[in-house]
Design a protein around this ligand. Structure first.
Ligand code: LLP
Length: 432
């Protein structure tokens, strides 16, 4: 009925998540409130982990891309599930380390890692560096040598696949701030340099072809391009690669019309391509790394808001204003992202109203969704926006000095606070 299996309607006609009444959650913890269902997160992790066991002999690891939603409790859940973590800043590394997450299972991304971040990562013992460019390669080599260490490195490659068009295209795509281009010879140059560097242990290559992708074909093509490139670099330069990181980007259901591929199908399809291409090129199959972010956490989360002003502009539209907005979810303002919502008090009723959901910021573009169908809403109702588990809290801001909401995780129908609501004191904490 809804976009995620953890959502339902109880006898009172209220929306539930993980078996908890959302009106009770709103009353107990206040709004706006991020609510996450732990079982959904755990099941998603297991689908990916099991798919590597089933289709690839277990010869791989799933790294949750923590940029999607990063906090201590998520790191603990990932550790329980034996996942790795894809981290993109010293702040994400720090969060993981503060929970005792094994540094060996971190892979460190970023197109402009600072010296301070690289030093911190080296000192922590971060397992893999995903090196983005030649400047970083030289810097990492120098900083590793200063510490008598050898950094384990995969080079981020642009495989030249644009998966965002409806019929994805295999063209240039060299105009990206991320990675080393194949076409220009830049990637080959980096490999030639990396294999001579004493502070670098080059084990493989990485690519990430985009986000919210529904087709399998671009992933298969990327895998084929990458394996062939590994074989070419072995033949031309004697590079010995054992690892292939294929990134994340697997699509999720934001609105009922969307129909994402079951997550284990990615590994099924990609492993076929990798095995076939390796056989053709007389190569051992590499250790595979995947980096799903959105598809692990998005559908586990909802955001609960309290409805305030409802403004009907005859012949134009009806604005339903909520007590949050672009501060806790900037994705519509940034990307016109699609979301489905319900009035949680009347979740069983038909959505007969067409409204624009507006936030409370001083900004006309502060909207969560335009012209969307929900149940008729009035002040005091609880509005639930679905699939907000990814790139909401992690992209939240304090615009207009609005405190960030709390986040609650539900396990076995028991909610617990995993991120406290920000206070006004938090807002002025760093002011001098
Ligand atoms: N690996 C790399 C190298 C990435 O750059 C990303 C996402 C991921 C993995 C995870 O991708 P996912 O599985 O979550 O699609 N803020 C945007 C999304 C930005 C994604 C950036 N990179 C949004 O709200 O849609």
């Amino acid at each position: 009925m809804f976009v995620s299996d953890c959502l339902n309607v109880n006898q009172q006609g209220h929306l539930t998540i993980g078996g908890c009444d959302t009106l009770e959650l709103a009353a107990a913890f206040g709004t706006p409130l991020y609510v996450m269902d732990e079982a959904t997160i755990v099941n998603n992790c297991r689908k990916y982990v099991d798919s590597i066991k089933t289709y690839y002999n277990g010869n791989g690891r799933v790294y949750y891309a923590s940029k999607a939603f990063c906090c201590k409790e998520i790191c603990r859940i990932m550790e329980n599930e034996q996942m790795g973590l894809d981290v993109v800043s010293a702040g994400e590394i720090y969060t993981a380390m503060s929970t005792g997450f094994p540094a060996e299972r971190l892979c460190f991304h970023g197109n402009n890692k600072t010296s301070a971040e690289i030093n911190y990562a080296l000192d922590c013992g971060v397992g893999r560096f995903m090196v983005d460019n030649l400047t970083e390669l030289a810097l990492l080599n120098r900083l590793a040598l200063e510490r008598n260490k050898k950094a384990v490195v995969l080079l981020r490659i642009k495989p030249g696949i644009d998966a965002h068009t409806h019929n994805f295209i295999r063209t240039g795509q060299i105009d990206s701030k991320f990675g080393l281009a194949l076409e220009t010879g830049e990637a080959e140059e980096a490999i030639k340099e990396a294999i001579t560097m004493a502070g670098i242990n080059l084990t493989g290559i990485h690519c990430h072809i985009g986000s919210q992708i529904f087709d399998l074909a671009p992933f298969e093509l990327a895998a084929e391009v990458m394996v062939n490139f590994m074989a070419d670099m072995r033949d031309r330069h004697g590079a010995k690669f054992t690892e292939l990181n294929l990134g994340g980007g697997f699509g999720i259901k934001y609105v009922p019309e969307q129909d994402p591929v079951p997550y284990d199908r990615y590994m099924e399809a990609v492993s076929e391509t990798v095995k076939k291409t390796c056989l053709a090129r007389d190569m051992d199959t590499p250790f595979i790394m995947l980096e799903p972010g959105r598809s692990i956490v998005a559908s586990a989360g909802i955001t609960l808001y309290t409805v305030g002003a409802v403004k009907e502009i005859p012949g134009i539209r009806t604005y339903v204003s909520i007590d949050g907005g672009m501060g806790d979810n900037p994705r519509y303002a940034l990307y016109q992202a699609e979301y489905a919502a319900v009035v949680a008090d009347r979740a069983a009723e038909k959505p007969t109203a067409t409204v624009t959901i507006a936030g409370k910021c001083c900004e006309s573009g502060d909207l969560i969704q335009e012209h969307t169908a929900i149940q008729p809403a009035e002040a005091g109702n609880i509005l639930a926006v679905f699939a907000t588990g990814a790139y909401n809290y992690s992209m939240a801001s304090n615009y207009n000095r609005i405190p960030r909401p709390a986040a609650v995780m539900i396990r076995d129908q028991e909610p617990r606070v995993i991120i406290k609501r920000e206070t006004f004191d938090d807002l002025v904490h760093n002011d001098v």
